[in-house]
Design a protein around this ligand. Structure first.
Ligand SMILES: *Cc1c(COP(=O)(O)O)cnc(C)c1O
Length: 283
């Protein structure tokens, strides 16, 4: 959130060399305005020597290259997990760095010293199955996310839904500017986040109950913190990824105790909606 404010100049210190962030942000899907941030960093860099310049690095895992290409907005390097959207089937692990060719030598040196090299056998599924099906999978899962988000938005037990593809998304304009597919059409990816009604403690209980019921009783939801899988994954950050924080601290940090994250897979949207409706009846 600080990165969207006018205070980047204040956050940067003389020894700052890198600004590293993800957009959309996990789990709330808040977006960082990359073009505006990069313009500010460019200004700061104009007053610095080359060895002291600040690099802007974006983790593009949530959007995938189908939905967002940060280099177009002035970002220096993109990193992404191959494990998620690019693999697509939750079967392989890997990562990529994309940046200017002039840093290739340094990157290779780093790779030699620290390892992290994909073997041919492990590169194969990304190149042969993952990348060629990325666009098709994303087009389908984005449609599903849109339908599910619209359903959740009308449900009386849901306080609000955050999905960059919704008209109600707080950063609707920014989403339309920076989340675009190869052909220029709007591509808000396939993760959505919704918050259940109730006091922090009540909502936390409900989020956990909904997730566990769906994981246990439904056919189409799988409990897991990953994303970009052919299966739809559900997680409740308050009791999973962010469970080490107390309920009050979660609220202060902007993590809603009643927040639930869904990473849409390739199941039929009608079935996902149907089972979600049944799950919401249980809480
Ligand atoms: C999962 C994830 C990673 C790490 O990727 P692995 O391939 O699982 O190591 C990094 N960034 C984001 C945003 C992720 O969702």
């Amino acid at each position: 959130a600080h990165l969207n404010g006018a205070d980047v100049e204040e956050l940067v210190r003389p020894n700052t060399r890198m600004i590293y962030f993800e957009t959309p942000v996990n789990p709330t899907l808040e977006l960082i305005d990359m073009e505006s941030l990069c313009a500010k960093v460019k200004n700061i860099n104009a007053g610095r020597r080359e060895e002291e310049r600040i690099f802007v690095v974006v983790d593009n895992t949530f959007a995938s290259p189908y939905c967002q290409r940060p280099l177009e907005f002035g970002v220096d390097f993109v990193v992404a997990s191959l494990t998620k959207h690019i693999s697509g089937f939750g079967t392989d692990m890997g990562g990529i760095v994309v940046g200017p060719k002039k840093y290739y030598g340094e990157m290779m040196l780093y790779r030699k010293d620290f390892g992290g090299v994909l073997s041919g056998k492990h590169a194969w599924p990304f190149l042969v199955y993952g990348l060629p099906s990325l666009a098709t999978r994303l087009r389908q899962t984005m449609r599903t996310a849109t339908e599910l988000a619209k359903f959740l938005e009308t449900h009386p037990k849901v306080d609000h839904v955050l999905y960059p593809g919704l008209e109600s998304f707080p950063q609707r304009e920014l989403a339309r500017k920076q989340m675009r597919s190869y052909d220029g059409s709007f591509a808000p990816s396939s993760l959505l986040y919704f918050v259940l009604k109730g006091s922090p403690e009540e909502a936390k209980e409900k989020g956990m109950k909904l997730m566990n019921w769906l994981a246990d009783k439904s056919l189409s939801y799988t409990l897991a913190v990953s994303l970009g899988h052919c299966k739809t994954l559900i997680e409740h950050p308050s009791s999973m990824t962010h469970s080490s924080m107390a309920c009050d601290d979660q609220v202060k940090a902007g993590i809603d105790p009643g927040g639930v994250r869904i990473a849409c897979g390739l199941e039929e949207p009608a079935m996902l909606i149907d089972e979600m409706e049944s799950g919401l009846k249980q809480i």
